[in-house]
Write a protein that binds this ligand. Structure first.
Ligand code: GCU
Length: 682
């Protein structure tokens, strides 16, 4: 018996309803599955496992394609010529990783074919096929032609070598360095299955605040063992490279990227890594950010640093992912402007195998931020998205927050960079500027908790990230629907209310933590509870008071043209809208403006009353989530019900804590009574 939550969305224990299960059993009677590579092997095993679980059938695979087949799974070149001809036009559009699932006529019979150009496409096709069954999809006219829209679809683990996880709230790191390379935990395989099922094709194993030790032979042997496990699942391994590694483990006295000894050291390092891991993905680098070493320590630039590493990796087809998350203590006028100021001037200067990875917003993974102005502003750079799946600023693994709603908001934002419709999704999928490489990364929320992510619903955030990495144009509603059906059941009495709860959960957390564009009001270091009053930290931009700037006149950070002018970093059309209080969307009002307490909001309330009501709305939304979960109790097990119920009750307590603490503090500036519709803070 597998413990609750372990199987994630790969739950094959639900039987499809009685009318459709017969159709599925018929499709599974005679299966041909091409079987001559590791990738195809694991795909075939997954199909077997899924069909056994859902349909109760032990599939017998036929040795060759024949007219008795009801399901045929093979890459293009291994298909019967008639089938190849039928699918011919589809192959062109799916590239190396895409697949076709189609109901076709073969030898006078209706059959299902899963095909692809490459083995990895079959892997993705099989996982999709299994999900279609999980979702009780009618297969009689099925016709899916799909392929990923981004090249690099990655998880970033902020895992330390001692197995603690920076900003990890689901236990310790999965990677058991002490037992590797010889001990292969089953979890490594299940981790790879889960990722492959949503199309993730890369994983950075170690923290961006990296130890150089990961690059020593002892650790590389362990990394190679993990790479061997992940390879059949289409997943490449990447490592965070500490920029000062040549000093720390190489015995050099500098890490200057223009120094030839340093360059040689990295070239040799790259060759050694590729000897052990021939398909190694490359390096992720956090440089000159929050105390991490980097090229600026030697008066060199980000380009000098990134290109030096890119040259070392280029002969092996590796890439460098250079993070843009930088802010310096020397220019504290507006932290939100710094990454753009440091990076945009270098547009076009990075080598082709460098990707610049930018967080979704200009500060730091807040419950809501406007999109990062770098998106659209570097048309000649491979610009990659970094989302945070782990909920550093969103209640850890204790609060239920469905993040695809946040991701979708960012991806749909219009940068206007190349005219109307240049959404962030189109910037990163490369459809407009055609960069050499495209990518997206999610900071993982995975640990060794039994259910992987701590909160059962946090699994949906891992799932949703993967689905958006595959297709950044998907809707969060589709994702919630898929995840619920694949994880729980297809009963609409369960699905509809719970989906609604998920879709509203992100707005709830914004309301009870950071409404109307407020941000970074978290208590020091842990970022869990409220700390809007904190003002004594050594760097001004670490203090919440720096961000809300509340005083007797009002509240908010003036980033308009009369203030820090951060608006200027956006395209004119966007800057124009953000720049005035009247046109700025209220979701970002206090992000861009310092607004008087008696300013009239669109709903007619004063800012003070409106703010208080937003906090209250957040609390009410969590109460509603609890009511929803109670109402669907009959559709889940007692244990599943209890776990989420307890978590939601903590969330409610803490939503009130946020509301009360924030309002009592802000009231010391507004000096106004609370509006009558709010529950008085205690
Ligand atoms: C945040 C987070 C750090 C992390 C950093 C980063 O500041 O709190 O723990 O290292 O982001 O993204 O590099």
């Amino acid at each position: 018996q597998v413990p609750n939550g372990y199987n994630l969305w790969l739950n094959y224990s639900q039987k499809p309803n009685s009318s459709i299960i017969k159709e599925y059993q018929k499709v599974s009677t005679s299966v041909y599955f091409q079987n001559e590579s590791d990738v195809l092997n694991v795909s075939r095993e997954e199909l077997k496992r899924g069909l056994k679980g859902m349909l109760g059938v032990d599939v017998l695979f036929s040795d060759a394609i024949s007219k008795s087949n009801t399901l045929i799974i093979a890459t293009k070149n291994n298909l019967h010529q008639d089938i190849q001809n039928t699918l011919e036009t589809n192959y062109k559009s799916i590239g190396d990783e895409g697949f076709i699932i189609k109901s076709i006529q073969f030898k006078g019979k209706q059959i299902i074919v899963i095909s692809a150009n490459q083995d990895v496409g079959i892997l993705y096709g099989v996982f999709r096929f299994l999900r279609l069954l999980q979702m009780e999809t009618d297969l009689s006219t099925i016709h899916i032609i799909d392929s990923p829209k981004l090249d690099l679809r990655m998880l970033n683990h902020w895992d330390n070598l001692d197995r603690t996880v920076e900003r990890g709230y689901a236990g310790f790191s999965l990677w058991n360095w002490q037992k590797l390379p010889d001990f292969i935990d089953q979890r490594y395989i299940d981790y790879a299955r889960a990722n492959a099922s949503i199309g993730i094709n890369g994983t950075v194993l170690n923290n961006v605040n990296a130890s150089a030790l990961i690059l020593t032979p002892m650790y590389l042997e362990k990394v190679a063992a993990l790479a061997n496990v992940f390879r059949p699942y289409g997943i490449k391994v990447y490592l965070t490279a500490r920029f000062s590694a040549p000093i720390e483990i190489g015995g050099l006295d500098t890490a200057d990227p223009l120094n030839s000894e340093v360059q040689n050291w990295w070239n040799t390092m790259a060759s050694n890594i590729y000897k052990a891991i021939p398909d190694f993905g490359g390096f992720l680098v956090k440089a000159n950010s929050e105390g991490q070493p980097g090229p600026q320590n030697y008066n060199r630039t980000h380009v000098d640093g990134a290109n030096m590493l890119a040259k070392a990796l280029q002969p092996h087809n590796g890439v460098v992912i250079w993070r843009s998350f930088v802010y310096s203590e020397h220019d504290v006028t507006d932290r939100a402007k710094q990454a753009y100021s440091e990076f945009v001037p270098f547009d076009g200067k990075f080598m082709d195998n460098v990707l610049v990875q930018s967080k979704n917003g200009p500060i730091d993974f807040q419950p809501r931020e406007p999109f990062h102005p770098m998106f659209g502003a570097m048309p000649n750079t491979n610009l990659m998205m970094e989302f945070q799946i782990t909920q550093e600023y969103l209640g850890f693994s204790t609060h239920l927050v469905f993040l695809p709603k946040l991701f979708e908001e960012v991806l749909k934002a219009d940068t206007y960079a190349q005219g109307k419709g240049t959404t962030v999704a189109k910037v990163i999928d490369g459809s407009i500027t055609k960069p050499k490489l495209t990518g997206i990364a999610g900071v993982s929320n995975i640990g060794n908790d039994i259910n992987w992510t701590g909160h059962p619903f946090a699994q949906a955030n891992w799932y949703g990230f993967g689905r958006l990495a595959w297709n950044p144009h998907l809707s969060s509603e589709t994702i919630a629907d898929e995840w619920l059906r694949a994880t729980y059941c297809n009963n609409s009495k369960f699905i509809e209310p719970v989906k609604n709860m998920m879709l509203n959960s992100r707005e709830a957390v914004v309301n009870y933590m950071n409404p109307l564009g407020l941000h970074h009001l978290f208590d020091t270091n842990h970022h869990y509870g409220p700390g809007p009053w904190v003002s004594n930290l050594s760097r001004p931009e670490w203090n919440p008071t720096y961000y809300h700037k509340a005083d007797e006149n009002g509240i908010g950070f003036n980033r308009s043209s009369t203030g820090s002018n951060a608006v200027e970093q956006y395209a004119n059309e966007v800057a124009h809208v953000f720049n005035t209080v009247e046109t700025c969307p209220e979701d970002y009002l206090l992000w861009f403006h310092h607004v008087p307490w008696d300013y009239k909001l669109k709903n007619g309330e004063s800012l003070w009353n409106g703010l208080a009501l937003k906090y209250q709305e957040g609390v009410n939304q969590v109460s509603q989530m609890i009511a929803t979960w109670n109402a669907v109790k009959p559709y889940v097990s007692e244990a599943e019900y209890k776990e989420v119920d307890m978590l939601l009750n903590i969330q409610l307590k803490e939503a009130k804590w946020w509301k009360d603490a924030s309002l009592l503090y802000f009231q010391t500036f507004s000096k106004q009574p609370f509006p009558k519709d709010i529950v008085k803070p205690e």
